[in-house]
Write a protein that binds this ligand. Structure first.
Ligand code: URA
Length: 215
């Protein structure tokens, strides 16, 4: 199972490496598909690679990444335990905002990563990943507030770079991170309580739909 997921993620990374679906590859050094555990319970989704990410082919390895590491450490997690991805996989020139057609072109890669990893928590970092799950959300109003859907929660967070620019946001950001753990624990229990669908034994005849007894 882990190998299947790892292989599926590696296949996406290879597609990203040679991707020419939008203009962003033209000025990029490396694609940055994402990194982390194929079995991550938490997936973080940022915006797009910056200078250092482009050079190394890894997400969040610059100053924002250092702060993200600090936040993960605060809640007892290491990067290797989570999965970190971005809405666009190549660096926008001069770190400009990704354009709608670039986000759209890259969407199938991110959709597939989410499908493969099937995380309990998806935490968005910044407005572009927030827009995927909270199209009309205002970050100042909804940061740290999970939306539960089935056995998954979506949690919008500030972008680490925004917090570095505005240290007044640090307290909120750190409180929001601590909230991730509470939400995760709730979801673990919920997923564990779900009956796992197993196929009927081979020699058992197919079940006829049973009529509900009313009396
Ligand atoms: N900012 C992002 O949104 N993603 C990165 O990978 C790095 C910085």
């Amino acid at each position: 199972m882990t190998e299947d997921r790892a292989a599926a993620l590696a296949a996406i990374a290879e597609q990203v490496r040679v991707c020419t679906l939008c203009r962003l590859h033209e000025n990029a050094t490396n694609g940055v598909p994402g990194a982390g555990s194929p079995n991550a319970e938490i997936m973080f989704i940022g915006e797009g690679p910056g200078y250092h990410e482009d050079k190394q082919g890894l997400p969040f390895v610059g100053r924002s990444g250092e702060y993200l590491n600090y936040l993960l450490n605060l809640i007892g997690l290491k990067r290797e335990q989570v999965f970190i991805a971005n809405v666009v996989k190549h660096r926008p020139p001069e770190n400009r905002d990704p354009l709608p057609d670039e986000i759209l072109a890259c969407k199938p890669y991110l959709d597939r990563q989410v499908e493969i990893i099937n995380p309990l928590v998806i935490a968005t970092l910044g407005r572009f990943s927030m827009a995927r799950y909270f199209p009309n959300g205002k970050i100042t109003q909804i940061h740290g507030k999970p939306r539960f859907e089935g056995d998954r929660a979506y949690i919008p967070l500030f972008h680490p770079a925004a917090v570095l620019r505005n240290p007044d946001l640090r307290r909120d950001m750190e409180a929001d991170f601590k909230r991730i753990l509470e939400v995760l624990e709730q979801l673990r229990q919920k997923r564990a309580a779900q009956p796992t669908a197993s196929p009927p034994p081979e020699d058992e005849p197919p079940q006829q739909p049973t009529q509900l007894k009313l009396f």
